[in-house]
Every structure is written in C-alpha cells, then in structure tokens.
Design a protein around this ligand. Structure first.
Ligand SMILES: [Zn+2]
Length: 292
C-alpha cells in the first residue's frame, strides 16, 4: 500500500475526528507532576489504555499514542532511557488495544526539547534519536506517524525524514502561537513556510496543533490549505492557557470548541481534534457536531 493512501482513504469519507489531550487525562488517573508520562506505557499500561479508550468511545477515528516525549534526547536524563524503544512499542500496542477496529493508531513524535540552531543538539544526534523512535513506533504496528508541536522547521523536517524512512504515512504539525498576530511559531515560521517545507520533506498531511485556541487556528488552517494540496490536520488548544491559583487552566468549553469545527472545515481542515485543555467531552461534542 502506498504511504499516502491510508490518509487518502480516511479523508475521502469526510472529515476525520482525531483525539484530545492525554497529559491531563493521565494526571486525573494519578500521573504526578514532574513524572514522565511516556514511561507509564511500561508502569501503568492499564491507565494509558483507559485514556485511549475514552477517546475511541467518544468517537475518535484516529487515536494517538503516549509517546510524545519518547525520544533519547528529550529523556536523556531519565534513569530508564535505554528502554526508550520499548516505551514506544508499548505505546502503540496500548493504543491499538483501545482502538480495536474502531480507530486508527497514529503514533506521536514531539520535539526533542533542545535547540538545533544554537548547537544545543547537533543534527546527527537529532536524526538518530528520531530514527530510533520512528522505527520503534513502526515496529509496534502504528498505522501512521504524527510529528507534532514543532516550532523549528529544521527539526520538524528531520523528524519527517526519519518517520518517512519507516514507509508509514506521516502527518507533520507545528505550533503557531507567536508574533503579534499569534500566527507564527516561536522561531518565526509562518504557516505558508511550514506547509511548503514539510511537503518538500515528504509529509503526507500538514497541520497545526496546540497554540492559542480554535478561533486563532481558523486563519492558520486557511493559510496552510492555500499553500499545499495535502490534507490539513488541526488540533487546537481549548483557548489560551491561563494561571489560576498556580494551576494552568483553559477556558473554552466543549460546546464552544465544537461550534468552531464547521469554520475549521470550511478553512480546509480534513482532520480535526484537540490539544491542551481538551478531553473526551470535547471529542464527544465534536462528534455530535460532525454527525450534525
Ligand atoms: Zn497542546
């Protein structure tokens, strides 16, 4: 099967509903502040599976994996860093059990947490880390790989190439939350630059996740769609993060969030879901909106 055809088959049937945030769902099940969520794939696989299952039950057609930080650079200081491949394989297997025949498993790769442009990490080490993660995700049986929450186009491109080398379809997303119109990444990358460059790197779908809220992502979605014929993937936060008594809170409600879904689709989105501050309740509300 050609790498792009899964994405094409999914989107041919209409808008595809993905999932919402995982971190907060794991915290609700006992993940401590400062604990590395990815290692729960080995220590608490039952709780991780509950999170994935909650999204499948809510109507997600695509669920991600609890592997966002599971690369050797981001977790370099973790005592069990040598088990990183195992963490990734387990993450896919857990989401697969929850998905059954109801949903596809798109495995998550997040940023390495170090800056390429300042030399904090070098390109060869970054390539090796993403290759190791992508290969473990593929070995676990992922249907596709999602590169997400990227700010640096060079890092995102390296991740796309590593993911493409597995032969799986690849979705590449960046986070647009900076600049006076909050429509650039922290490194100043515009949606147009992201779409063009990530398509050139071989991505099968291009997107935006996290950020400052669903309304801000409507024009960003339109810019991405104008810059590439590839399917667009959008997973916004439930508004801007705010501090309330030292706790991060998001103000957008599930119904407000879902009410913006038609505008995202009009702007060209083919995959929709949520990022920080969203929950299975948001996905349920989006499912109702999509089923209209
Ligand atoms: Zn987020």
């Amino acid at each position: 099967m050609a790498a792009g055809s899964l994405i094409g088959d999914l989107t041919a049937a209409g808008p595809v509903l993905t999932d919402g945030a995982w971190g907060t769902e794991m915290q609700a099940r006992g993940l401590a502040a400062g604990e590395t969520p990815d290692f729960w794939n080995l220590s608490h696989p039952d709780h991780v599976e509950e999170v994935a299952r909650a999204y499948v039950t809510a109507g997600s057609q695509v669920v991600l994996t609890n592997t966002f930080r599971a690369n050797r650079i981001a977790l370099a200081r973790h005592v069990d860093v040598e088990r990183i491949a195992e963490v990734n394989r387990a993450g896919v297997e857990i989401s697969r059990r929850a998905a059954g025949d109801q949903a596809r498993v798109f495995a998550s790769i997040g940023p390495c947490g170090k800056l390429l442009m300042t030399g904090e990490v070098d390109e060869a080490a970054l390539r090796a880390a993403f290759a190791e993660q992508a290969q473990a995700l593929a070995a676990g049986g992922a249907d596709a790989i999602v590169i997400e929450t990227m700010s640096d186009l060079a890092e995102a491109g390296i991740a796309v190439e590593a993911a493409k080398a597995t032969g799986l379809p690849v979705v590449a997303c960046m986070v647009f939350d900076s600049g006076k119109n909050r429509d650039r990444t922290m490194m100043g990358v515009t949606p147009t630059q992201a779409a063009e460059e990530l398509a050139r790197a071989g991505a099968d779908a291009i997107g935006a996740n996290c950020g400052t809220g669903i309304e801000d992502y409507i024009p960003i979605c339109a810019s991405l769609a104008a810059a590439t014929p590839l399917p667009i993937w959008i997973k916004p936060n439930a508004g801007l993060p705010e501090l309330d008594n030292g706790e991060v809170v998001y103000r957008t409600s599930p119904s407000e969030f879902a009410a913006n879904v038609p505008k995202l689709l009009e702007a060209g989105a083919r995959f929709v879901g949520g990022c920080c501050g969203t929950s299975p309740r948001f996905i349920e509300a989006m499912r109702r909106e999509l089923d209209g």
